[in-house]
Design a protein around this ligand. Structure first.
Ligand code: SF4
Ligand code: SF4
Length: 339
């Protein structure tokens, strides 16, 4: 099981699509303290999680990050970080490695510096992120590149794969933009439904001959599609949210995923392991008989699950509604476009 903890809302960048609405002036007033964070890590270990991702905002802005990483390691968890990479110096990478960090997921949206810099709102951020990737690799951290896919850069995927291989990273995870947080303001940039499946198939085809792991993220239909394409991927389910994954926000709210502002409880009021095991929200997501529409009737719900965030937004607030973008829905234009 895997958990992300957004350790801070503050960030040195102000990216167009940020789900957490982070930035240089974001408030840290209600952020969990170091002591609260150490206790949270104990409770996460108690719940049985094996991997914790420290993300943000920008996690490198928290001075106690090495202490949190070291504590997670002593509690038997594999620790990784999700970062924009621009603040990852050679020294910081080594310090985190010594503390016990296993890997870093660094955001890079394009092989073109101009596109990345425009999207990230900072000229020079591409160069700094690539430097961060090199520093992480030099410190012997496993590196995954996270690429946010939109209408503007979907055509750049092949070049990004080449760059990822050239840099020597272990994985490239294309994230399909889910319009939440500040991402709502660029909803029209999210892949249109036809392009969604076209891009998903292109990504899966590339995985066939790639020396690195390429995993479509927040596009859960990749699981049934990859089976149909006879790819033998190691993943258990398209969407893990609430089943074997959840997210803790900077102020301690527990959400099913970073893209869904629906809280299952707050770790300041109730231990995390109790929220994870007992909240109705999580219980519902683990009971596939409660899923509705096409997802409810789907034989692949166990390996896919649909994107619960898209279901929630496009149904007006029903987490268990059918996934609006699924290619299995009947009489939908997107199905005809995609087949
Ligand atoms: S609910 Fe959607 S956005 Fe959230 S983890 Fe699942 S696929 Fe990704
Ligand atoms: S109907 Fe739902 S569970 Fe089945 S493949 Fe589509 S999105 Fe996934």
């Amino acid at each position: 099981m895997l958990i992300s903890w957004n350790v801070t809302k503050r960030c040195n960048l102000y990216c167009a699509h940020c789900y957490r609405d982070s930035g240089p002036h974001a408030s840290v007033e209600r952020q969990l303290t170091t002591g609260e964070g150490l206790r949270l890590i104990d409770e996460i270990a108690e719940a049985g999680f094996k991997m914790i991702i420290f993300s943000g905002g920008e996690p490198l802005l928290r001075e106690d990050l090495p202490e949190l990483v070291a504590h997670a390691k002593t509690r038997g968890m594999r620790a990784a970080m999700g970062s924009n990479g621009t603040l990852l110096t050679a020294e910081k990478a080594r310090e985190l490695k010594v503390a016990g960090l296993a890997g870093a997921a660094i955001s890079l949206d394009s092989a073109s510096p101009e596109h990345h810099d425009r999207f990230r709102g900072d000229s020079g951020s591409w160069e700094k992120a690539v430097d961060g990737i090199r520093h992480a690799l030099d410190a012997d951290l496993k590196v995954q590149i996270n690429m946010t896919i939109t209408e503007h850069n979907a055509g750049d995927f092949a070049a990004m794969t080449d760059l990822a291989v050239e840099l020597g990273v272990q994985a490239l995870h294309p994230f399909f933009l889910v319009p939440t947080g500040r991402g709502k303001s660029i909803e029209e940039d999210a892949l249109k439904k036809g392009r969604y499946y076209q891009t998903l198939r292109q990504i899966l085809s590339r995985q066939k001959n790639s020396p690195i792991e390429i995993k479509p993220t927040c596009a859960p239909q990749f699981m049934p599609l990859s089976r149909d394409m006879e790819l033998n991927l190691r993943f258990s389910r398209g969407c893990l949210a609430g089943v074997s994954y959840c997210c803790v926000l900077p102020d301690g709210e527990v959400n099913i995923c970073p893209y869904l502002p629906v809280s299952a409880g707050n770790v300041r009021e109730r231990p995390f392991h109790e929220i994870w095991r007992e909240s109705n929200l999580f219980q519902d997501l683990r009971d596939y008989t409660k899923y509705e529409g096409t997802c409810g009737a789907c034989g692949d719900v166990g390996i896919c699950g649909g994107c619960r965030a898209r279901s929630y937004y496009y149904s007006g607030g029903n987490l268990l509604a059918e996934e609006p973008w699924c290619y299995k829905r009947e009489n939908k234009d997107e199905e005809r476009i995609c087949q």
